[in-house]
Design a protein. Structure first.
Length: 152
């Protein structure tokens, strides 16, 4: 079994993968973000994921602050798993990963298109520079260690 930590890596991407990098994690987040799924049974049915795996992922998301458990809005004994701000901020990650998959792993074309709910336009993720506000192409990004980095 593979470990889920990257203790030897001084990298925020590695830390993020410790939280959402396990199998099924991003699919659960995707269903919550784009399909509005909140109930355990709905996640289980729509993803066809084993109950024990789903329970472990949801528990971890609550523990890590990506989701919160709330009483079902219908007043039943069930709980809902609702994305927190921290969890909702994974949206651009899911969009970027989806577009990458559309280009490189979908030989028959995109199985879904992400559209803006207000106007219906197609949604894309773009990287911009904080200083000049311009879009930044992939080959123009460099990694620079911070003072906190062990790699500096």
């Amino acid at each position: 079994m593979l470990g889920r930590t990257y203790d030897t890596q001084d990298c925020s991407a590695a830390r993020a993968l410790e939280i959402v990098g396990e199998r099924w994690s991003l699919m659960i987040i995707r269903h919550a973000l784009f399909r509005g799924v909140t109930r355990f049974g709905d996640f289980q049915r729509s993803l066809r994921i084993a109950r024990n795996v789903l329970a472990a992922r949801l528990d971890r998301f609550v523990e890590d602050g990506l989701m919160s458990r709330q009483p079902d809005v219908a007043g039943s004994a069930y709980q809902e798993y609702v994305l927190t701000e921290k969890g909702r901020e994974l949206q651009p990650v899911i969009i970027a990963l989806t577009h990458w998959g559309d280009r490189w792993a979908a030989p028959d074309g995109p199985p879904i298109i992400l559209r803006h709910a207000s106007c219906g336009g197609e949604v894309h993720e773009q990287t911009f520079c904080d200083d000049c506000g311009q879009p930044v192409p992939i080959d123009a990004v460099e990694a620079h260690p911070t003072r906190r980095s062990h790699l500096a």
